[in-house]
Design a protein around this ligand. Structure first.
Ligand SMILES: Cc1ncc(COP(=O)(O)O)c(C=O)c1O
Length: 450
Protein backbone atom coordinates (compact mmCIF):
# COMPACT_ATOMS: atom_id res chain seq x y z
CA UNK A 1 0.00 0.00 0.00
CA UNK A 2 1.05 3.55 -0.70
CA UNK A 3 2.34 5.76 2.11
CA UNK A 4 2.12 9.54 2.19
CA UNK A 5 5.30 11.50 1.55
CA UNK A 6 5.21 14.18 4.26
CA UNK A 7 7.47 16.62 2.40
CA UNK A 8 5.18 16.42 -0.60
CA UNK A 9 2.13 16.87 1.64
CA UNK A 10 3.70 19.99 3.16
CA UNK A 11 4.48 21.57 -0.18
CA UNK A 12 1.01 20.76 -1.57
CA UNK A 13 -0.50 22.29 1.57
CA UNK A 14 1.51 25.49 1.08
CA UNK A 15 0.33 25.72 -2.52
CA UNK A 16 -3.30 25.24 -1.44
CA UNK A 17 -2.93 27.82 1.36
CA UNK A 18 -1.66 30.40 -1.13
CA UNK A 19 -4.50 29.69 -3.51
CA UNK A 20 -7.05 29.93 -0.71
CA UNK A 21 -5.79 33.35 0.39
CA UNK A 22 -5.33 34.74 -3.12
CA UNK A 23 -8.84 33.80 -4.20
CA UNK A 24 -10.56 35.26 -1.11
CA UNK A 25 -9.54 38.90 -0.65
CA UNK A 26 -12.93 39.89 0.80
CA UNK A 27 -12.99 37.12 3.40
CA UNK A 28 -9.41 38.00 4.26
CA UNK A 29 -10.33 41.67 4.79
CA UNK A 30 -13.33 40.71 6.94
CA UNK A 31 -11.14 38.41 8.98
CA UNK A 32 -8.64 41.21 9.60
CA UNK A 33 -11.52 43.43 10.73
CA UNK A 34 -13.01 40.63 12.87
CA UNK A 35 -9.72 40.19 14.71
CA UNK A 36 -10.26 43.61 16.27
CA UNK A 37 -13.55 42.70 17.97
CA UNK A 38 -13.80 38.90 18.05
CA UNK A 39 -11.39 36.66 19.91
CA UNK A 40 -9.18 35.07 17.25
CA UNK A 41 -11.28 36.77 14.55
CA UNK A 42 -14.15 34.29 14.88
CA UNK A 43 -17.51 34.42 16.71
CA UNK A 44 -17.04 30.94 18.19
CA UNK A 45 -13.70 29.32 18.92
CA UNK A 46 -14.29 26.19 16.82
CA UNK A 47 -14.49 28.31 13.69
CA UNK A 48 -10.73 28.79 13.96
CA UNK A 49 -10.38 25.14 12.95
CA UNK A 50 -11.20 25.55 9.25
CA UNK A 51 -8.25 24.48 7.15
CA UNK A 52 -7.66 27.84 5.42
CA UNK A 53 -5.72 30.77 6.90
CA UNK A 54 -9.14 32.20 7.81
CA UNK A 55 -12.67 30.90 7.42
CA UNK A 56 -14.58 31.87 4.27
CA UNK A 57 -17.17 34.45 5.31
CA UNK A 58 -20.61 33.45 4.09
CA UNK A 59 -22.78 35.69 1.92
CA UNK A 60 -25.74 33.35 1.69
CA UNK A 61 -26.74 29.71 1.86
CA UNK A 62 -29.61 27.86 0.25
CA UNK A 63 -30.35 24.14 0.03
CA UNK A 64 -27.12 22.17 -0.32
CA UNK A 65 -24.92 25.12 -1.31
CA UNK A 66 -23.61 28.44 -0.09
CA UNK A 67 -21.67 31.38 -1.49
CA UNK A 68 -18.89 33.22 0.25
CA UNK A 69 -18.37 36.99 0.11
CA UNK A 70 -15.85 36.54 -2.71
CA UNK A 71 -18.51 34.88 -4.84
CA UNK A 72 -17.25 31.29 -4.60
CA UNK A 73 -19.91 28.61 -4.60
CA UNK A 74 -19.49 25.64 -2.25
CA UNK A 75 -21.31 22.32 -2.18
CA UNK A 76 -21.99 22.01 1.52
CA UNK A 77 -21.28 18.51 2.83
CA UNK A 78 -20.69 19.87 6.33
CA UNK A 79 -24.19 21.29 6.65
CA UNK A 80 -23.45 23.12 9.87
CA UNK A 81 -22.09 19.86 11.33
CA UNK A 82 -25.63 18.43 11.06
CA UNK A 83 -27.45 21.61 12.20
CA UNK A 84 -28.41 22.19 8.55
CA UNK A 85 -28.92 18.56 7.55
CA UNK A 86 -32.33 19.70 6.29
CA UNK A 87 -30.56 21.77 3.63
CA UNK A 88 -30.16 25.48 4.31
CA UNK A 89 -33.36 27.42 4.93
CA UNK A 90 -35.86 24.73 3.84
CA UNK A 91 -38.95 26.51 2.57
CA UNK A 92 -41.49 24.82 4.89
CA UNK A 93 -39.43 25.74 7.95
CA UNK A 94 -38.86 29.28 6.67
CA UNK A 95 -42.62 29.81 6.13
CA UNK A 96 -43.39 28.56 9.64
CA UNK A 97 -40.72 30.84 11.09
CA UNK A 98 -41.95 33.83 9.09
CA UNK A 99 -45.45 33.32 10.39
CA UNK A 100 -44.47 32.68 13.99
CA UNK A 101 -41.92 35.45 14.25
CA UNK A 102 -44.65 38.04 13.77
CA UNK A 103 -46.86 36.39 16.42
CA UNK A 104 -44.46 36.17 19.33
CA UNK A 105 -41.07 34.56 19.71
CA UNK A 106 -40.83 33.56 23.34
CA UNK A 107 -43.37 33.68 26.16
CA UNK A 108 -42.68 31.13 28.91
CA UNK A 109 -46.06 29.73 27.91
CA UNK A 110 -46.83 26.73 25.69
CA UNK A 111 -48.25 26.87 22.18
CA UNK A 112 -50.18 24.10 20.42
CA UNK A 113 -47.08 23.47 18.31
CA UNK A 114 -45.44 21.93 21.38
CA UNK A 115 -48.10 19.21 21.50
CA UNK A 116 -47.91 18.52 17.78
CA UNK A 117 -44.13 18.18 18.05
CA UNK A 118 -44.46 15.90 21.11
CA UNK A 119 -46.92 13.71 19.19
CA UNK A 120 -44.65 13.60 16.16
CA UNK A 121 -41.67 12.63 18.33
CA UNK A 122 -43.72 9.87 19.95
CA UNK A 123 -44.43 8.40 16.51
CA UNK A 124 -40.83 8.65 15.34
CA UNK A 125 -38.95 7.39 18.35
CA UNK A 126 -41.55 5.38 20.29
CA UNK A 127 -41.07 7.19 23.61
CA UNK A 128 -44.15 8.75 25.21
CA UNK A 129 -42.95 11.96 26.93
CA UNK A 130 -40.88 14.89 25.64
CA UNK A 131 -39.24 18.06 26.90
CA UNK A 132 -37.37 20.78 25.07
CA UNK A 133 -34.03 22.51 25.37
CA UNK A 134 -32.11 24.88 23.12
CA UNK A 135 -29.14 22.65 22.38
CA UNK A 136 -28.36 18.96 22.33
CA UNK A 137 -25.74 19.70 24.96
CA UNK A 138 -28.46 20.90 27.31
CA UNK A 139 -30.76 18.01 26.45
CA UNK A 140 -27.92 15.64 27.39
CA UNK A 141 -27.17 17.56 30.58
CA UNK A 142 -30.80 17.49 31.64
CA UNK A 143 -31.13 13.78 30.91
CA UNK A 144 -28.03 13.10 33.02
CA UNK A 145 -29.37 15.17 35.92
CA UNK A 146 -32.71 13.41 35.82
CA UNK A 147 -31.05 9.99 35.59
CA UNK A 148 -28.94 10.82 38.65
CA UNK A 149 -31.96 12.01 40.55
CA UNK A 150 -34.08 8.99 39.70
CA UNK A 151 -31.41 6.40 40.45
CA UNK A 152 -29.79 8.30 43.30
CA UNK A 153 -26.42 7.33 41.84
CA UNK A 154 -23.51 9.73 41.32
CA UNK A 155 -21.76 8.59 38.14
CA UNK A 156 -22.36 8.30 34.43
CA UNK A 157 -20.64 6.16 31.81
CA UNK A 158 -19.53 7.22 28.34
CA UNK A 159 -17.48 5.66 25.55
CA UNK A 160 -13.90 6.49 24.76
CA UNK A 161 -13.61 9.40 22.27
CA UNK A 162 -17.31 10.14 22.40
CA UNK A 163 -18.64 13.65 21.92
CA UNK A 164 -21.99 14.80 23.32
CA UNK A 165 -21.58 18.58 23.31
CA UNK A 166 -20.01 20.66 26.05
CA UNK A 167 -21.16 18.37 28.85
CA UNK A 168 -18.52 18.49 31.61
CA UNK A 169 -18.89 14.83 32.56
CA UNK A 170 -18.10 13.61 29.04
CA UNK A 171 -14.62 15.12 28.57
CA UNK A 172 -12.83 12.00 29.61
CA UNK A 173 -10.66 9.56 27.68
CA UNK A 174 -8.76 6.38 28.38
CA UNK A 175 -4.98 6.61 28.25
CA UNK A 176 -3.46 3.13 28.56
CA UNK A 177 -6.61 2.00 30.32
CA UNK A 178 -6.63 4.90 32.79
CA UNK A 179 -9.48 7.45 32.70
CA UNK A 180 -8.18 11.01 32.37
CA UNK A 181 -9.49 14.44 31.39
CA UNK A 182 -9.62 14.66 27.61
CA UNK A 183 -6.77 16.57 25.99
CA UNK A 184 -7.76 20.21 25.57
CA UNK A 185 -10.47 20.08 28.26
CA UNK A 186 -10.89 23.73 29.27
CA UNK A 187 -11.26 24.47 32.98
CA UNK A 188 -12.90 21.24 34.17
CA UNK A 189 -14.88 21.84 37.39
CA UNK A 190 -13.56 18.59 38.85
CA UNK A 191 -11.48 15.71 37.56
CA UNK A 192 -13.99 13.97 35.23
CA UNK A 193 -12.80 10.62 36.60
CA UNK A 194 -14.80 11.55 39.71
CA UNK A 195 -18.04 11.85 37.78
CA UNK A 196 -17.59 9.45 34.90
CA UNK A 197 -16.51 5.97 33.89
CA UNK A 198 -15.27 5.47 30.38
CA UNK A 199 -14.97 2.25 28.40
CA UNK A 200 -14.34 1.34 24.79
CA UNK A 201 -17.27 1.05 22.40
CA UNK A 202 -18.03 -2.58 21.44
CA UNK A 203 -16.39 -3.90 24.64
CA UNK A 204 -19.14 -5.62 26.62
CA UNK A 205 -16.88 -7.06 29.30
CA UNK A 206 -15.53 -3.61 30.15
CA UNK A 207 -19.07 -2.26 30.27
CA UNK A 208 -20.20 -5.04 32.59
CA UNK A 209 -17.27 -4.44 34.89
CA UNK A 210 -17.79 -0.66 34.94
CA UNK A 211 -21.48 -0.94 35.81
CA UNK A 212 -21.17 -3.81 38.28
CA UNK A 213 -20.63 -1.50 41.27
CA UNK A 214 -24.21 -0.22 40.72
CA UNK A 215 -23.16 3.39 41.18
CA UNK A 216 -23.68 4.48 37.55
CA UNK A 217 -26.90 6.39 36.95
CA UNK A 218 -26.83 6.24 33.17
CA UNK A 219 -24.90 5.25 30.11
CA UNK A 220 -24.82 8.18 27.68
CA UNK A 221 -24.08 6.99 24.18
CA UNK A 222 -24.37 7.54 20.49
CA UNK A 223 -25.67 4.23 19.09
CA UNK A 224 -22.76 4.42 16.64
CA UNK A 225 -19.87 6.78 17.38
CA UNK A 226 -19.87 9.62 14.85
CA UNK A 227 -17.50 12.13 16.33
CA UNK A 228 -14.21 10.30 15.88
CA UNK A 229 -14.96 9.02 12.44
CA UNK A 230 -17.79 6.50 12.33
CA UNK A 231 -17.58 3.45 14.60
CA UNK A 232 -20.42 1.01 14.03
CA UNK A 233 -21.71 -1.39 16.69
CA UNK A 234 -20.85 -5.03 16.21
CA UNK A 235 -23.75 -7.45 15.64
CA UNK A 236 -25.63 -8.09 18.89
CA UNK A 237 -23.82 -5.29 20.73
CA UNK A 238 -26.86 -3.16 21.47
CA UNK A 239 -28.96 -6.02 22.72
CA UNK A 240 -26.22 -7.18 25.08
CA UNK A 241 -25.54 -3.60 26.21
CA UNK A 242 -29.20 -3.15 27.09
CA UNK A 243 -29.21 -6.41 29.05
CA UNK A 244 -26.17 -5.30 31.03
CA UNK A 245 -27.58 -1.84 31.79
CA UNK A 246 -30.83 -3.43 32.99
CA UNK A 247 -29.00 -6.01 35.06
CA UNK A 248 -27.32 -3.23 37.07
CA UNK A 249 -30.25 -0.77 37.13
CA UNK A 250 -28.41 1.76 34.95
CA UNK A 251 -30.52 3.93 32.67
CA UNK A 252 -29.69 4.23 28.97
CA UNK A 253 -29.56 7.66 27.33
CA UNK A 254 -29.23 7.44 23.55
CA UNK A 255 -28.03 10.61 21.88
CA UNK A 256 -29.43 10.62 18.34
CA UNK A 257 -28.20 14.10 17.47
CA UNK A 258 -25.96 12.80 14.68
CA UNK A 259 -27.30 9.27 14.22
CA UNK A 260 -30.60 10.72 13.08
CA UNK A 261 -28.78 10.22 9.76
CA UNK A 262 -29.89 6.57 9.99
CA UNK A 263 -33.53 7.46 9.24
CA UNK A 264 -36.52 9.50 10.42
CA UNK A 265 -36.51 7.72 13.80
CA UNK A 266 -32.75 7.67 14.05
CA UNK A 267 -30.73 4.56 14.78
CA UNK A 268 -33.08 3.78 17.67
CA UNK A 269 -36.05 3.18 15.41
CA UNK A 270 -34.06 1.65 12.59
CA UNK A 271 -32.63 -0.99 14.95
CA UNK A 272 -35.48 -1.20 17.50
CA UNK A 273 -33.38 -0.02 20.43
CA UNK A 274 -35.01 0.55 23.81
CA UNK A 275 -33.50 3.60 25.50
CA UNK A 276 -34.81 5.11 28.73
CA UNK A 277 -34.00 8.59 27.41
CA UNK A 278 -33.46 9.81 23.85
CA UNK A 279 -31.81 13.08 22.87
CA UNK A 280 -32.12 14.83 19.51
CA UNK A 281 -30.94 18.33 18.69
CA UNK A 282 -29.16 20.19 15.87
CA UNK A 283 -31.40 19.78 12.74
CA UNK A 284 -34.67 19.28 14.61
CA UNK A 285 -35.77 22.86 13.91
CA UNK A 286 -34.04 23.25 10.54
CA UNK A 287 -31.13 25.13 12.14
CA UNK A 288 -33.11 27.32 14.53
CA UNK A 289 -31.82 26.53 18.03
CA UNK A 290 -33.82 23.72 19.55
CA UNK A 291 -33.39 20.24 20.99
CA UNK A 292 -35.47 17.64 22.71
CA UNK A 293 -35.18 14.77 25.15
CA UNK A 294 -37.77 12.06 25.55
CA UNK A 295 -38.23 9.27 28.05
CA UNK A 296 -40.28 6.22 28.95
CA UNK A 297 -43.49 6.09 30.96
CA UNK A 298 -41.53 4.63 33.89
CA UNK A 299 -38.97 7.43 33.81
CA UNK A 300 -41.76 10.00 33.56
CA UNK A 301 -43.36 8.58 36.70
CA UNK A 302 -40.07 8.65 38.58
CA UNK A 303 -39.48 12.27 37.55
CA UNK A 304 -43.03 13.24 38.53
CA UNK A 305 -42.70 11.59 41.93
CA UNK A 306 -39.64 13.72 42.71
CA UNK A 307 -40.75 17.02 41.21
CA UNK A 308 -41.17 20.05 43.45
CA UNK A 309 -43.50 22.74 42.15
CA UNK A 310 -41.86 25.38 44.27
CA UNK A 311 -38.32 24.58 43.11
CA UNK A 312 -38.92 23.37 39.55
CA UNK A 313 -37.46 26.57 38.04
CA UNK A 314 -34.18 26.40 39.94
CA UNK A 315 -33.43 22.69 39.95
CA UNK A 316 -30.89 22.76 37.12
CA UNK A 317 -33.19 21.55 34.34
CA UNK A 318 -34.82 24.04 31.98
CA UNK A 319 -33.85 27.40 30.45
CA UNK A 320 -35.73 30.64 29.90
CA UNK A 321 -35.82 30.30 26.13
CA UNK A 322 -36.21 26.50 26.04
CA UNK A 323 -39.47 25.43 24.39
CA UNK A 324 -39.96 28.91 22.91
CA UNK A 325 -42.70 29.44 20.35
CA UNK A 326 -40.34 30.10 17.47
CA UNK A 327 -38.24 26.96 17.83
CA UNK A 328 -41.36 24.83 18.29
CA UNK A 329 -42.97 26.26 15.16
CA UNK A 330 -39.74 25.52 13.31
CA UNK A 331 -39.61 21.98 14.76
CA UNK A 332 -43.19 21.29 13.76
CA UNK A 333 -42.57 22.26 10.15
CA UNK A 334 -39.18 20.57 9.97
CA UNK A 335 -40.40 17.27 11.37
CA UNK A 336 -43.62 17.18 9.41
CA UNK A 337 -42.46 18.58 6.10
CA UNK A 338 -38.68 18.45 5.77
CA UNK A 339 -36.99 15.57 7.62
CA UNK A 340 -39.53 13.12 6.27
CA UNK A 341 -39.20 9.54 5.12
CA UNK A 342 -39.29 10.79 1.51
CA UNK A 343 -36.35 13.07 2.28
CA UNK A 344 -34.36 10.14 3.67
CA UNK A 345 -35.25 8.16 0.54
CA UNK A 346 -33.40 10.85 -1.42
CA UNK A 347 -30.51 11.28 1.01
CA UNK A 348 -29.52 7.63 1.43
CA UNK A 349 -28.66 6.91 -2.25
CA UNK A 350 -26.59 10.11 -2.32
CA UNK A 351 -24.55 8.89 0.66
CA UNK A 352 -24.15 5.50 -1.03
CA UNK A 353 -22.91 7.24 -4.18
CA UNK A 354 -20.46 9.34 -2.15
CA UNK A 355 -19.15 6.25 -0.35
CA UNK A 356 -18.75 4.25 -3.57
CA UNK A 357 -16.86 7.12 -5.20
CA UNK A 358 -14.49 7.52 -2.27
CA UNK A 359 -13.98 3.76 -1.90
CA UNK A 360 -13.04 3.52 -5.57
CA UNK A 361 -10.60 6.41 -5.22
CA UNK A 362 -8.98 4.72 -2.22
CA UNK A 363 -8.73 1.37 -4.02
CA UNK A 364 -7.51 2.77 -7.36
CA UNK A 365 -4.65 4.66 -5.73
CA UNK A 366 -3.79 1.87 -3.25
CA UNK A 367 -4.23 4.02 -0.16
CA UNK A 368 -4.41 2.45 3.32
CA UNK A 369 -7.67 4.25 4.01
CA UNK A 370 -11.27 3.14 4.37
CA UNK A 371 -14.72 4.67 4.17
CA UNK A 372 -17.77 3.98 6.36
CA UNK A 373 -21.37 5.03 5.93
CA UNK A 374 -24.21 5.33 8.40
CA UNK A 375 -27.44 6.29 6.65
CA UNK A 376 -26.91 9.64 4.97
CA UNK A 377 -23.58 10.32 6.71
CA UNK A 378 -20.28 8.96 5.46
CA UNK A 379 -16.68 9.40 6.39
CA UNK A 380 -13.22 8.31 5.31
CA UNK A 381 -10.54 7.41 7.78
CA UNK A 382 -6.78 7.12 7.32
CA UNK A 383 -6.58 3.47 8.28
CA UNK A 384 -6.88 0.31 6.16
CA UNK A 385 -9.52 -1.26 8.40
CA UNK A 386 -12.76 -0.01 9.86
CA UNK A 387 -12.36 0.87 13.54
CA UNK A 388 -14.03 -1.19 16.26
CA UNK A 389 -13.71 1.41 18.96
CA UNK A 390 -12.83 5.02 19.68
CA UNK A 391 -9.15 4.34 20.24
CA UNK A 392 -8.71 2.67 16.87
CA UNK A 393 -10.60 5.48 15.17
CA UNK A 394 -8.68 8.16 17.02
CA UNK A 395 -5.31 6.52 16.29
CA UNK A 396 -6.16 6.69 12.59
CA UNK A 397 -6.63 10.45 12.65
CA UNK A 398 -3.98 12.54 10.93
CA UNK A 399 -4.45 16.23 11.50
CA UNK A 400 -2.01 17.35 8.80
CA UNK A 401 -3.46 15.09 6.14
CA UNK A 402 -7.01 15.89 7.16
CA UNK A 403 -6.39 19.62 6.79
CA UNK A 404 -4.92 19.10 3.35
CA UNK A 405 -7.95 17.10 2.17
CA UNK A 406 -10.29 19.74 3.58
CA UNK A 407 -8.45 22.68 2.08
CA UNK A 408 -8.06 20.98 -1.30
CA UNK A 409 -11.82 20.39 -1.29
CA UNK A 410 -12.61 23.95 -0.17
CA UNK A 411 -10.48 25.42 -2.95
CA UNK A 412 -12.57 23.43 -5.39
CA UNK A 413 -15.93 24.39 -3.96
CA UNK A 414 -16.66 21.63 -1.44
CA UNK A 415 -17.05 22.01 2.30
CA UNK A 416 -16.41 18.99 4.56
CA UNK A 417 -16.76 19.31 8.35
CA UNK A 418 -13.76 20.94 9.97
CA UNK A 419 -13.60 17.92 12.29
CA UNK A 420 -12.46 14.61 10.72
CA UNK A 421 -13.62 13.69 7.18
CA UNK A 422 -17.38 13.65 7.38
CA UNK A 423 -19.84 14.27 4.57
CA UNK A 424 -23.54 14.60 5.19
CA UNK A 425 -26.31 14.59 2.61
CA UNK A 426 -29.26 16.95 2.69
CA UNK A 427 -32.58 16.21 0.99
CA UNK A 428 -31.46 18.43 -1.92
CA UNK A 429 -27.87 17.23 -2.34
CA UNK A 430 -27.60 16.16 -5.99
CA UNK A 431 -25.74 13.50 -7.95
CA UNK A 432 -23.72 16.27 -9.59
CA UNK A 433 -22.65 17.49 -6.14
CA UNK A 434 -21.49 14.00 -5.21
CA UNK A 435 -19.70 13.42 -8.50
CA UNK A 436 -17.85 16.70 -8.09
CA UNK A 437 -16.67 15.47 -4.69
CA UNK A 438 -15.62 12.10 -6.14
CA UNK A 439 -13.56 13.81 -8.83
CA UNK A 440 -12.00 16.25 -6.36
CA UNK A 441 -11.15 13.43 -3.94
CA UNK A 442 -9.46 11.48 -6.75
CA UNK A 443 -7.52 14.55 -7.89
CA UNK A 444 -6.33 15.16 -4.32
CA UNK A 445 -5.12 11.62 -3.73
CA UNK A 446 -3.54 11.48 -7.18
CA UNK A 447 -1.45 14.52 -6.31
CA UNK A 448 -0.61 13.08 -2.91
CA UNK A 449 0.69 9.79 -4.23
CA UNK A 450 2.25 11.08 -7.49
C1 LIG B 1 -23.75 13.37 19.28
C2 LIG B 1 -23.80 14.80 19.71
N1 LIG B 1 -24.55 15.15 20.75
C3 LIG B 1 -24.64 16.41 21.16
C4 LIG B 1 -23.94 17.41 20.53
C5 LIG B 1 -24.05 18.82 21.02
O1 LIG B 1 -24.75 19.61 20.15
P1 LIG B 1 -24.78 21.17 20.43
O2 LIG B 1 -23.37 21.64 20.20
O3 LIG B 1 -25.72 21.68 19.40
O4 LIG B 1 -25.23 21.37 21.82
C6 LIG B 1 -23.12 17.09 19.45
C7 LIG B 1 -22.35 18.13 18.75
O5 LIG B 1 -21.57 17.90 17.88
C8 LIG B 1 -23.05 15.76 19.03
O6 LIG B 1 -22.28 15.39 18.01
Amino acid sequence: MVSIDRARLKSLMEREQQRFVQERPKSNALFERARKSLLGGVPMNWMAKWAGAFPPFVREAQGAEFFDVDGHRYIDLCLGDTGAMTGHSPSATVSAIEQQIRRGITLMLPSEDAIVVGEELQKRFGLPYWQFALTATDANRFSIRLARQITDRPKILVFNWCYHGTVDETFITLADGVAKARRGNIGPPVDPALTTRVVEFNDLDALDEALSGEDVACVLMEPALTNVGIVLPEPGYHQALREITRKYGTLLVIDETHTICAGPGGYTRAENLEPDFLVFGKPIAGGVPGATYGFTEEVAQCIGARQSLEDCDTGGVGGTLAGNALSLAAMRATLQKVLTKEAFDRMLPMAERWTTGVAKGIADFGLPWNVTRLGCRAEYLFSPTTPKNGTQAHDAMDFELERFMHLYAMNRGILLTPFHNMALMSPVTSKEDIDHHTKTFRDAVKELVA
